[in-house]
Design a protein around this ligand. Structure first.
Ligand code: HEM
Length: 427
């Protein structure tokens, strides 16, 4: 095991590493419920960079400070994205539950330098050509259709009936898939299994099904290109191979679906559990866009980014980081860093943050969420929330707020379910 603070040699991987005494396990029910509590206590105890243990007690650094997260993400000459650089692979079992997230994939996310610039440019060019008005129009239609399917019953479980299928159908449409709803449903399920390793399902098998489906899409678009993201990526002068295109499309679809779904869900939760906030939105003092922004500050979908690996020995937040150490970006922790909110960030009326988009929820530096993806995500999320509130104006939570539960993920923050009631709509 590597010695991340550079003192005595560490014992073999199975033993507890003394330099990580005080390291806290990242995960568990408490962390899932209130991650902000753990961030606060880690900050008090360790400052802006804390030693943590990932699943299976594999050591890593969690960066909690705003300035430190921004620094790591902006300096790819110091902190690389290729996870094969990690000095802990010998401590990771073959069936490690976080493997599907941390293990190297041949997608642009794990590339560095010129290769990343070229692959990133292909994605950006393909997304830039998306017409945002047309996207809002599709999303409105998708939202109406989904709401119609449950509006008459007076109740719904919104995560499965609305927040997940809506961005997936939008993503499927953006990428030029013609199969529609059933395919979108299977993709939602398989992506969730492959990213979260939750439950009894096999993440590797689920990921293989996702790959197979996207491979068929790429073959189809090579033969019959159309006005869609997939075709634009395949015809870009950079000349992606089929396999590169498959990997980068999976990144685009997974981000567009999972992260936007959790953004919608966390925003609906805010509006359904926080009366003051909801009143400000329904009374026109705050917009849905401002509610979405509030969630990016306080309850962001990407809590942590699995990482960067130090390219050489360096220091960060007063810690000595060794070459190959895993540095996890604590985006959610950084957003609530008391050094940027010295007056506190608990007043939940949203007014202080309403117009402030300096959060790190879309990352920073070369690997940040590529422009214009955040804009497209916002079009999808805003349309979803606005349409639901318009169609079901008296919607309320059907359980107590504390009964809501979160996916068991250290990386993402999303609800497992969001049961609601409302006056049935007779058509
Ligand atoms: C239309 C929706 C979206 C698309 C197409 C999209 C696409 C992408 C892509 C392709 C990347 C990889 C960038 C790279 O490594 O070069 C990325 C990164 C990222 N995305 Fe998005 N994204 C979307 C929505 C979101 C949402 C809603 C969030 C969270 C609020 C988000 C947060 C992030 C973050 C934090 C990263 C950076 C990860 C890192 O630092 O390594 N994205 N996104």
């Amino acid at each position: 095991m590597n010695d991340p603070v550079g003192t005595a040699p560490c014992p073999p991987p199975t033993a507890v590493c003394p330099v990580h005494e005080g390291a806290v396990r990242l995960g568990g029910p408490e962390f899932r419920r209130t991650p902000a509590e753990l961030y606060r206590s880690l900050r008090r105890r360790h400052g802006p960079v804390a030693p943590v243990l990932l699943d299976g007690d594999v050591p890593a650094w969690l960066v909690l400070g705003y300035a430190e997260v921004a620094h790591v993400a902006a300096h790819d000459e110091l902190f690389g994205r290729d996870s094969r650089r990690w000095n802990q692979w010998s401590a990771v079992p073959a069936d490690w539950p976080l493997l599907s997230f941390v293990g190297h994939q041949p997608s642009e996310v794990f590339t560095e330098g010129t290769e990343h610039q070229v692959r990133g440019e292909v994605v950006i060019a393909a997304l830039e050509a998306v017409d945002q008005f047309e996207l809002a129009h599709w999303c409105r239609r998708i939202a109406e259709g989904l709401i119609n399917s449950f509006a008459g019953s007076g109740q719904a479980e919104l995560m499965s009936a609305y927040t997940h299928p809506l961005p997936m159908r939008a993503a499927v449409q953006l990428c030029g898939m013609t199969e529609g709803g059933a395919v979108a449903g299977e993709l939602v399920r398989d992506l969730r299994i492959s990213l979260d390793a939750a439950g009894d399902d096999d993440p590797a098998a689920a990921y293989a099904r996702v790959q197979e489906r996207i491979r068929r899409l790429v073959e189809d678009k090579r033969r019959r290109p159309g006005p869609d993201v997939t075709s634009r990526m395949l015809t870009h002068p950079a000349g992606l191979t089929d396999e590169e295109a498959v990997q980068d499309l999976i990144t685009v679809i997974a981000a567009a679906q999972q992260l936007t779904a959790d953004w919608i869900g966390n925003t609906l939760r805010l509006l359904l559990t926080d009366d003051a906030f909801a009143l400000n939105v329904s009374g026109g003092r705050l917009s849905v866009g401002q509610a979405l922004n509030e969630v990016l500050w306080l309850d962001t979908p990407v809590q942590t980014v699995s990482g960067r690996r130090a390219l050489r020995d360096t220091t960060l937040g007063g810690r000595r980081i060794r070459a190959g150490d895993c540095v996890v970006l604590g985006l959610a922790a950084a957003n609530t860093d008391p050094r940027i909110w010295p007056e506190g960030h608990d007043g939940r009326d949203g007014s202080a943050r309403a117009e402030n988009a300096a959060h790190l929820s879309f990352g920073n530096g070369e690997h940040r969420c590529p422009y214009p993806a955040p804009l497209l995500a916002e079009v999808i999320a805003r349309t979803a929330v606005e349409t639901l509130l318009e169609r079901l104006p008296d919607v309320v939570l059907a359980v107590e707020p504390e009964e809501l539960t979160w996916w068991p993920s250290v990386w993402m923050r999303g609800l497992t379910s969001l049961p609601v009631r409302f006056t049935p709509v007779v058509r």
